[in-house]
Design a binder for this molecule. Structure first.
Ligand code: BDR
Ligand code: CA
Length: 313
């Protein structure tokens, strides 16, 4: 399989952290060109700190990390400390990062990297609100045709919403940005709640992380312990969904996922359903497909991959 060069755009977040660790643990399949941070789960100062904590946990202080947008394009920032804790990375006790943020804005890093690289050789992996990506597309429309693919976590169809009854968190926080991305013409793969709500960290899966007996295995087990307390109560399930690592797992082994090429349109007008991803799963609109919308996951295969890769760090 061709090795992917990726930019991870992220708002860590424990599940973002695991997604980043999975990418950094998989150099045969993935080369992380840089990490761009956005406000989402917690404000930008924390997400851009947390991304560096995670790089250092993985032993990769060389990965360039950039700070990006501190608020959505046109709305007030909504955060999720109630899920992720006040730092965004509550659970393990990890040292403050030593590695600095790189100079410059994340949006410019995205634009410059895409313009410098041969066309269609860079994949964007958004794990948070789509503000940085949309801003880059607005500032430099020429980059759209240079992106190989966008593989993102966001949205839902059958599962509908998690932050409101109608919307998933990443899309809800910046629906205008999501609208720009879904209209961009760039090939898109969507890891929605329909998939991530099947990627549950059961006690046995959590124990497998802990049994690695390494700093990374322990930290991942403590992270999932932390956000489980909220999600288990909310969903009444046997474990919490591990959303964002579905993106990096897809890059390593797309056969873990199945789905459909459909049209996805984002609600940006109605407050009642703001940020809803209207996925034409049944093909009833005649609107042309603009995304591969994943609907199912081999959850055992996903966790086997994740545990094996965490063991490499
Ligand atoms: C998404 O929102 C965040 O809380 C998670 O990090 C994930 O990206 C799930 O809705
Ligand atoms: Ca996230």
């Amino acid at each position: 399989m061709e090795k992917r060069k990726i930019i991870i755009d992220t708002d860590p977040g424990q599940d973002d952290a695991v997604a980043i660790l999975l990418a950094l643990a998989s150099p045969e399949e993935i080369e992380v060109i840089g990490i761009t941070c956005v406000a989402g789960n917690v404000p930008l100062a924390l997400t851009s700190k947390n991304a560096r904590i995670v790089c250092e946990l993985a032993g990769r202080p060389d990965v360039p990390v950039y700070a990006g947008c501190d608020k959505p394009l046109g709305r007030k920032l909504v955060t999720a400390e109630h899920v992720h804790g006040e730092t965004g990375l509550n659970g393990p006790v990890l040292p403050d990062p030593v590695m600095p943020l790189r100079d410059g804005h994340a949006v410019d890093f995205i634009i410059d990297t895409l313009r410098r690289a041969p066309a269609q050789t860079i994949t964007l992996c958004p794990l948070g609100p789509l503000t940085n990506i949309a801003k880059a597309l607005k500032k430099a429309p020429d980059i759209a045709e240079r992106v190989q693919e966008i593989v993102l976590m966001g949205g839902a169809y059958f599962e509908v919403g998690n932050i409101t009854p109608a919307a998933e968190f990443n899309i809800y926080v910046d629906p205008q940005a999501a609208d720009i991305v879904f209209r961009s013409g760039i090939p898109i793969v969507v890891m929605s709640l329909d998939v991530t709500h099947k990627a549950l960290v059961t006690p046995a899966r959590n124990a497998a992380f802990r049994a690695l007996g390494t700093p990374v295995g322990t930290a991942v087990a403590q992270m999932t312990d932390f956000f489980e307390r909220f999600d288990k109560e909310k969903y009444g399930s046997e474990g919490a969904p591990l959303h964002d690592p579905c993106v990096t797992a897809y890059l390593i082994d797309p056969a873990l996922f199945s789905g459909r090429h459909v049209n996805v349109t984002v609600e940006t007008q109605s407050e009642l359903t703001m940020g809803m991803t209207v996925a034409d799963w049944w093909g009833v609109t005649g609107r042309p497909p603009n995304a591969f919308f994943a609907g199912d996951i081999d959850a055992d295969g996903f966790f086997a991959l994740l545990t094996e890769r965490m063991g490499r760090l």
